[in-house]
Write a protein that binds this ligand. Structure first.
Ligand SMILES: Cc1cc2nc3c(=O)[nH]c(=O)nc-3n(C[C@H](O)[C@H](O)[C@H](O)COP(=O)(O)O)c2cc1C
Length: 153
């Protein structure tokens, strides 16, 4: 039974919707055997990462970097998880105002250090909020769960 951890910061209604869309994707009826934990970064810790078979991270871009909340999470889990999570399947979504690339690359650098494995290129959403963002996030959750259930990731 694959365990999936979703950790995303949700400082606004739009970002809360993105987080919920990822969760909705993971809870799709086609997956019978997925255990899900979904948290904001402050509420998640190393024990959740060590429990997970796959992780989905979400962040806003703030000052050209990932959010402070996600950085705090990654700082707290880095050394407790480093030796035990090599190859962990991971996906990332970024919500920016006008950009998002700085947040994306800052998370990528840390995940490279952890030696986690991206299941698909990070999803970067920017500009005016669009319904397609919700579809993409829901699809991201479904992709992670489908791949884990099928034993692909
Ligand atoms: C303190 C702060 C810094 C921000 N810095 C950036 C930035 O560097 N690049 C960017 O694209 N958006 C930036 N934003 C915009 C946020 O990414 C955006 O508000 C967030 O994705 C939430 O989206 P929403 O406003 O559609 O809810 C910043 C927002 C705040 C509050």
């Amino acid at each position: 039974m694959p365990n999936v951890l979703v950790v995303s910061n949700c400082p606004s209604e739009n970002t809360e919707q993105l987080h919920q869309a990822v969760v909705r994707g993971c809870r799709n009826d086609m997956f019978g055997e997925i255990e899900l934990r979904a948290f904001i970064p402050w509420d998640a810790g190393p024990e959740d990462v060590l429990w997970a078979d796959g992780v989905i991270l979400g962040t806003t871009e703030n000052f050209g970097y990932m959010s402070g909340a996600l950085k705090d999470f990654l700082e707290r889990i880095y050394y407790p998880c480093l030796e035990q999570t090599e190859g962990l399947p991971v996906a990332l979504f970024v919500k920016g105002g006008l950009d998002g690339q700085g947040a994306k690359s800052s998370v990528e650098r840390i995940l490279t250090g952890l030696r986690w494995r991206f299941i698909q290129p990070p999803l970067v959403m920017k500009g005016d909020f669009r319904p397609e963002f919700l579809e993409s996030c829901e699809h991201l959750g479904m992709t992670m769960c489908a791949g884990l259930e099928a034993g692909i990731f």
